[in-house]
Design a protein around this ligand. Structure first.
Ligand code: C2O
Ligand code: CU
Ligand code: CU
Length: 463
């Protein structure tokens, strides 16, 4: 796509503002009081005993804040780049106008050091989402810039505690300082894993929750690499939303033998009933080599509230498109290794210096200005995307700007819930159904960031 086309597409996206779904504009009742100022800047913080230098956040000494937006209320953020690198901010999972999506060269020109960009959009869906930069992500995300974004609904289901949880790792050496954030060996396989696992920038934190009370645990997997396999032994609970959207096809979890799989980019909202006894603990465990490891704990405090999961009112449904399966068109994608002669790839913005991965056996050539869309979709039509993983590694495949629903897999029963990221296991082929209802150029990539940055990226165009 040439520069000229970039501008043309942006104009097209602007036209789409009032026509997505029910109409974003008609949902806007009132704007927030003042634009939110967000400054991307260097930070330092003690994740372990010692302060880690060279982090990136939105304040000098704290994690990126949990943003709380409201469905139907316009959100305006003035994002200033005080880091030394180019950047752009992406609002993962939100179905918004294309020019607010934060993808360098595809939807906007990235911000250089000192630059500012105004993002303004009205969230149409309530739920748990997140935000992260989309430029040099293997550096900027790995150094800290990943945050939870919540879109609140007017109805409250009746939780006693709402707890957002930003799950992520850090690659630190023994001195608590960053070591190589990525490696060729990792990039060519499952990614390069962090050494310190955290929840909300803390190791195995303990949260107090009312005994016999109802907790909404909003889990967001914002790590660049790790696929979580989660258990919550002894808990009475259920999954109430995935990737922000209320579950419509119940997920068989918690179950002792089946982990909740949460790949990079994915979210799960859990409703949990705390044990009645004061001091009783529940631990969120991740399965890993060497045995399960606790990511966080909930500790029952105070007198038994005696609440029950069935007391909860259901989440209000988001206004989602209705797929027309009888007239759906099939589009196939294959995710795997790149051809040997693939040129060095630069992700959307910033290179790791090598290429290993591909979509449809072609590696992303390097930038949006040099590549055509993987597919052109007709606005309003239903498509079945057949996502085939021909590699032995897991790939969480993410689409911007729209959501899809898995309908079949060659490897397992799929729960038919709306998602923005499909977790493709080893050699898995999954069919997902999509209504192409949001015009523009939408990034489509693996959310294991080393895969994305080394070829497993592209975009879909909706016209
Ligand atoms: Cu979390 Cu391109 O996205
Ligand atoms: Cu995204
Ligand atoms: Cu991948």
């Amino acid at each position: 796509m040439k520069r000229r086309q970039f501008l043309a597409t942006s104009g097209l996206a602007a036209l789409g503002a009032t026509t997505l779904g029910l109409g974003v504009a008609s949902l806007a009742r009132k704007a927030q009081a003042a634009p939110m100022a967000m400054t991307i800047q260097p930070a330092r913080y003690a994740l372990e005993g010692t302060v880690t230098e060279g982090m990136i956040s939105l304040s000098p000494d704290a994690p990126p804040p949990v943003l709380r937006l409201r469905r139907g209320v316009e959100f305006v953020a003035e994002v200033t780049n005080q880091a030394e690198d180019y950047t752009a901010m992406h609002w993962h999972g939100l179905r918004i106008r294309n020019d607010m999506d934060g993808v360098p060269y595809l939807t906007q020109v990235p911000m250089g050091p000192g630059d500012r960009y105004r993002y303004a959009f009205t969230p149409m869906d309530a739920g748990t989402f997140w935000y992260h930069p989309h430029c040099n992500t293997m550096d900027q995300m790995a150094r800290g810039l990943t945050g939870v974004l919540i879109v609140e609904d007017d109805e409250d289901p009746g939780f006693d505690l709402d707890l957002p949880v930003n799950l992520r790792d850090w690659r630190l050496g023994d001195d608590s300082q960053f070591i190589d954030l990525y490696t060729a060996r990792g990039a060519a396989r499952a990614g390069t894993f962090g050494t310190v696992m955290t929840a909300n920038w803390a190791q195995d934190p303990i949260y107090d929750a009312p005994a016999g009370g109802l907790v909404r645990l909003r889990l967001a997997a914002t790590d660049t690499t790790r696929v979580y396999r989660l258990h919550l032994p002894g808990a009475e609970g259920r999954v109430i939303a995935l990737d922000g959207h209320p579950v419509i096809d119940p997920v068989g979890w918690p179950a002792p033998d089946a982990p909740l799989i949460l790949g990079p980019g994915q979210r799960a909202d859990l409703a949990i009933r705390m044990p009645a006894g004061e001091g009783a603990e529940l631990a969120l465990l991740n399965e890993q080599p060497g045995g399960p490891r606790s990511l966080l704990r909930l500790r029952a405090t105070g007198e038994d509230l005696g609440h029950a999961l069935d007391d909860l009112r259901p989440l209000t449904a988001n206004a989602l498109p209705e797929p027309d399966l009888d007239n759906a068109e099939l589009i196939e994608f294959v995710f795997g290794w790149s051809p040997d002669d693939a040129p060095v790839n630069n992700g959307f913005c910033g290179t790791l210096g090598y290429t290993f991965w591909s979509i449809n056996r072609e590696a992303w050539p390097g930038d949006a200005s040099a590549s055509d869309p993987l597919a052109v979709l007709e606005r309003g039509r239903t498509y079945i995307l057949r996502l085939r993983n021909e590699s032995p590694n897991d790939h969480p495949i993410h689409l911007h700007g729209m959501i899809f629903k898995p309908i079949a897999s060659n490897r397992r029963e799929v729960a038919q819930n709306w998602l923005d990221t499909a977790m493709l296991l080893e050699e898995e082929t999954m069919d997902v159904v999509l209504v192409a209802d949001n015009p523009g150029d939408w990034a489509f990539h693996c959310h294991v960031i080393e895969h994305q940055k080394t070829g497993l990226t592209g975009y879909l165009r909706v016209t």
